[in-house]
Ligand binder design. Structure first.
Ligand SMILES: Nc1nc2c(c(=O)[nH]1)N[C@H]1C(S)=C(S)[C@@H](COP(=O)(O)O)O[C@H]1N2
Ligand SMILES: [Mo]
Length: 245
């Protein structure tokens, strides 16, 4: 949104100055270069905003396997699970004007999106599932995201060998229409192995970006001081931060 405003402003400034500039040959060359730049930038943005393929329900995998953490043993996760996640809260915090603390009921009452997508894990397997939940953009708009926010960090309940799992995306993926906070898989509440009670779906990126056991959504200006500073649990261990597919 802000980006579109920026490009529009840039376009307006350019048009205002262009008659005079185009009179010279150097000016014409500059115009052509700027036009190429603009086309390239536009292609990049529209590619990032394109939808991931969605599938008919008939293609849903009979079993959606779990990977990474599949049954967190740390903190109070097991007690929460035993109570049917009745007290689970999702916080929206950081660089927002109105921090939120939402119950699962609050989340189920927001406008919902359902999508049948393919999950691709770098370990070499894929599965198709139907995910339901509110778009992340709805929560960010409700919380009043501040201008300074550049990334959204996802905090998770599971801890792997002393490090909490976490992930992050930029604003293009944060506001992508298929970026949802899923509470259901194939019409049922998420199984524990797939991230109960809430997990991210970041459909334009690889499996490790899709944070499970989601406890908080944090708007930040920099990823430097989080974990080991590379934007995610696996990124801190050498994986690419941008894992586009
Ligand atoms: N909190 C948390 N989220 C996570 C992981 C994890 O270990 N912990 N593993 C990631 C990886 S590598 C993949 S492929 C997917 C697996 O999702 P699934 O268990 O539903 O198949 O979750 C991702 N999100
Ligand atoms: Mo993965």
């Amino acid at each position: 949104m802000r980006r579109r405003g920026f490009l529009a402003a840039l376009g307006a400034a350019f048009v205002a100055g262009c008659n005079k500039v185009a009179e010279s040959e150097a000016g014409a060359g500059m115009l052509a270069a700027a036009e190429r730049w603009h086309r390239g930038a536009h292609r990049l943005l529209t590619d990032r905003k394109a939808l991931a393929p969605e599938y008919p329900r008939s293609e849903i995998s009979p079993f959606f396997r779990g990977n990474g953490s599949t049954d967190p043993q740390n903190g109070d996760y097991q007690q929460q699970a035993a109570a049917g996640f009745a007290d689970w809260r999702l916080e929206v915090r950081g660089l927002v004007d109105n921090p939120l603390s939402l119950s699962l009921e609050n989340i189920r009452r927001l406008p919902q999106r359902t999508q049948v997508t393919r999950h691709d894990c770098v370990e070499g397997w894929s599965a198709i599932g139907e995910w339901t939940g509110p778009q992340l953009s709805v929560l960010l708009d409700a919380a009043g995201l501040r201008e300074e926010a550049k990334f959204i960090v996802f905090r998770c309940a599971d801890n792997l060998n002393g490090s909490d799992y976490y992930e992050s995306v930029d604003m293009i993926d944060a506001f992508h229409p298929q970026t949802i906070i899923a509470h259901s898989l194939n019409g049922e509440p998420l199984p524990i192995r797939n991230g109960a009670p809430l997990r991210m779906r970041i459909e334009r990126q690889l499996g490790y970006k899709h944070a499970k056991y989601l406890t908080a959504i944090e708007a930040v200006a920099s990823l430097d001081d989080i974990g080991r500073g590379h934007g995610g649990y696996w990124e801190d261990r050498g994986y690419q931060w941008y894992a586009g597919i």
